[in-house]
Design a protein around this ligand. Structure first.
Ligand code: SF4
Length: 330
């Protein structure tokens, strides 16, 4: 059942969300249906929710592509999959020294979180040992830098090894709804991804998992994904806006508008009021001059690009944050 946006009492929604009440699906749908000409009202309401937990702070994160372009999986959005023909760098796992140097650069660039990403279905034991060594060295040298790994499907014992080595977070995006997942990947399942999240949490790691909007999914898929992030109590929820890459099955593009992206960001915030919600890949391409409005919903953002696509650097992003009335978390 659809609820007209004019029938929504945003003040009541904000009060409910802040007090921990889950918004009904009809309200969540109304957020996606919100009229563009009244978007400022929705953004102002969403700001109240983000402000209650995060004030005006914005956390900067930096990704490191630790192994590139040799993945056996077939994720259709990904330039590094086995079915991608994208022209990207291809290399095996970087040395421990390179990964530590990447952390130094990230810290120097003003990042609070450093995420090492490997293109793989999941790590072999030697990969876990290698990454654990990198984590130990980074933790010893930069104790305040938040350390995240995105390395595919993970078993519980592997997660425990990485936790013991000093990793704090595991990223593994659900990407879309369980229903739509076979349309974007056939080599593993949505449930496989949920198991990785559960293994990471069971090992004492914080969880980072969100999705990509603009892959051909419908509103119900976006709602299912957003409710899944809430019900799995994900600690950090990246929201990506598809950046179509030539040579991938999704190269033809998407139907996203800046307004649609903002409504989706508001939806994820309303369903995850106390979790980090992060603007991730595709913000520059899809939101353009409206990127600053994202901070009403998100409290975290990436700089220096997204593995194989480029993005704004720290200085440009910091200027955007400050111009929008927010402040970089230090
Ligand atoms: S598992 Fe990761 S690296 Fe591999 S194709 Fe999927 S998204 Fe790309």
């Amino acid at each position: 059942m659809r609820t007209e946006s004019s029938a929504i009492d945003l003040d009541q929604v904000v009060a409910d969300v802040i007090s921990g009440i889950e918004i009904e699906r009809s309200v969540a749908q109304a957020i996606l249906d919100w009229p563009d000409e009244r978007l400022d009202e929705l953004l102002a309401a969403t700001f109240k929710v983000r402000n209650a937990s995060f004030g005006r702070r914005v956390k900067i994160c930096i990704l490191r592509n630790a192994q590139s372009g040799i993945c056996a999986e077939d994720c259709h959005y990904c330039s590094q999959s086995r079915i991608s023909k994208a022209d990207i760098p291809v290399y095996r796992m970087q040395s421990v020294e390179q990964l530590v140097e990447g952390a130094r650069l990230a810290a120097k660039s003003g990042a609070r979180r450093y995420c090492m990403v490997c293109s793989m279905r999941g790590p072999a034991e030697r990969d876990v040992d290698h990454l654990a060594e990198a984590c130990e060295r980074i933790r010893a040298e930069m104790p305040d830098l938040e350390l995240c790994l995105s390395i595919g499907l993970l078993e519980r014992d592997q997660a425990e090894t990485l936790k013991a080595a000093g990793a704090g977070w595991i990223n593994h995006n659900l990407n879309t709804s369980r229903r739509f997942y076979p349309n974007i990947c056939t080599t593993h399942t949505w449930d496989d991804r949920v198991r990785t999240i559960e293994n990471a949490r069971a090992a004492g790691l914080s969880t980072c998992s969100g999705g990509i909007i603009g892959m051909g999914e419908n509103d119900d898929d976006i709602l299912d994904l957003a409710y899944a992030t809430r019900r799995l109590e994900i600690d950090s929820v990246p929201v990506n806006f598809l950046h179509p890459i030539a040579g991938t099955p999704l190269e033809a593009g998407n139907a996203l508008t800046p307004e649609r992206c903002l409504k989706v960001a508001c939806l994820f915030r309303m369903l995850n009021p106390r979790s980090e919600v992060r603007a991730a890949g595709g913000r520059e391409l899809n939101l353009g001059p409206r990127q600053g409005d994202l901070f009403n919903a998100v409290n975290s953002i990436f700089v220096n690009g997204y593995l194989t696509t480029s993005g704004w650097d720290y200085e440009r992003t910091r200027a955007l944050i400050e111009r929008s009335g927010f402040e970089v978390e230090t």
